[in-house]
Design a protein. Sequence first.
Length: 133
Amino acid sequence: MIRVEHIGIAVSDLKKAEALYTALLGAAPYKREEVASEEVVTSFFQVGPNKIELLESTADDGPIARAIAKRGEGIHHIAFEVADIRAEMARLKAAGFTLLNEEPKRGADNKLVCFVHPKSANGVLVELCQEIS
């Protein structure tokens, strides 16, 4: 693992959340992107070396909608940048972690992603991400 890549925050209303985080962080989002495979629209903020990803569900029964229904709005996941996502997935699987997908998927912000099940990580949903070159 190289570094914390971003923190994902589940929100019910992306437009309102963007206004709130723009005021909070003193910076506007630099990108909004739909990720159809995850049924979300994302909005990214860059503050120094750190990124915040806001996630709004595009489906009533999508993963983010289910997370909000269960736990409310708030931190959804923490993402770590990795140099080789397939090698990192193999390492974690060999160490006993449960991965939510067998192959990396295309995610937001030009990344390949894979998620580690929260039951394997003390209740935290962990995302691995690798820049697509």
